[in-house]
Design a protein around this ligand. Structure first.
Ligand SMILES: Cc1ncc(COP(=O)(O)OP(=O)(O)O)c(N)n1
Ligand SMILES: Cc1ncsc1CCOP(=O)(O)O
Ligand SMILES: [Mg+2]
Length: 198
């Protein structure tokens, strides 16, 4: 399966309802600091919305809820992996995306046969505090050489203007949060993303 090249990430169902109809075909629900029953309810609604619109939904962090809700994809970071039941995720036939920041994390990720590997932050990000500084485009090239046919996601400080450079460096998919959610015109921005990644 070839994944769409534009991968927006949202923290609220309202973003999905608002922006997915513009043509988003791959989306992540990344909810933080929210009671589990609210997350569960949101995942169920997001999954129904995505199924109806033919969009791939990736659930961040909440792998058990993703299994229970019959989702297709989950994204886990290295700390999430410490507690995750990979066998259960695979048994439920979920596809798995994994975050990586250095070679040791990449080795760990590859040992789990991921369906994509994400590298970040490629550029500085304002979304969250990270111990990793910007990784740079060269690291995307290094990662692509190491992972071969596994799709590579570039994340962190990505913008429409920076997407072409990330693809040239080896990324297959570009993920973005604040380039869309903090934009004065999120709809216009998503349209530009879709054009730029068509
Ligand atoms: C596509 C993509 N890449 C990386 C991340 C980050 O995951 P993680 O390291 O677990 O951090 P949180 O997003 O959970 O704060 C991601 N969510 N998506
Ligand atoms: C969740 C995450 N993981 C690595 S960078 C990042 C933040 C991406 O947000 P933005 O696209 O706004 O920099
Ligand atoms: Mg996580």
């Amino acid at each position: 399966m070839t994944l769409p090249r534009f991968y927006p990430i949202f923290d609220d169902l309202r973003w999905l309802e608002r922006l997915m109809p513009l043509g988003v075909k791959l989306v992540q629900l990344r909810i933080k600091d929210t009671p589990t029953d609210v997350v569960r309810d949101t995942v169920i609604k997001a999954q129904a919305l995505c199924r109806a619109q033919g969009t791939i939904l990736v659930v961040n962090d909440y792998w058990q809820i993703a299994i229970d809700a019959g989702c297709d994809w989950v994204h886990l970071g290295q700390e999430d992996l410490d507690d995750a039941d990979i066998a259960a995720i695979r048994h439920a036939d979920l596809k798995l995306g994994l975050s990586t920041h250095d070679r040791a994390e990449l080795d760990r990720a590859l040992s789990l046969d991921p369906d994509y590997v994400a590298l970040g932050p490629v550029y500085p990000t304002v979304l969250k505090k990270m111990k990793w500084h910007q990784q740079g485009l060269e690291k995307l090239t290094e990662w692509k050489a190491a992972i071969g046919d596994i799709p590579l996601v570039a994340i962190g400080g990505m913008s429409v203007e920076r997407a072409a450079g990330a693809f040239e460096a080896g990324a297959d998919i570009v993920a973005a949060v604040t380039d869309i959610t903090l934009n004065d015109d999120p709809e216009g921005r998503v349209r530009r993303w879709i054009e730029a990644t068509a």
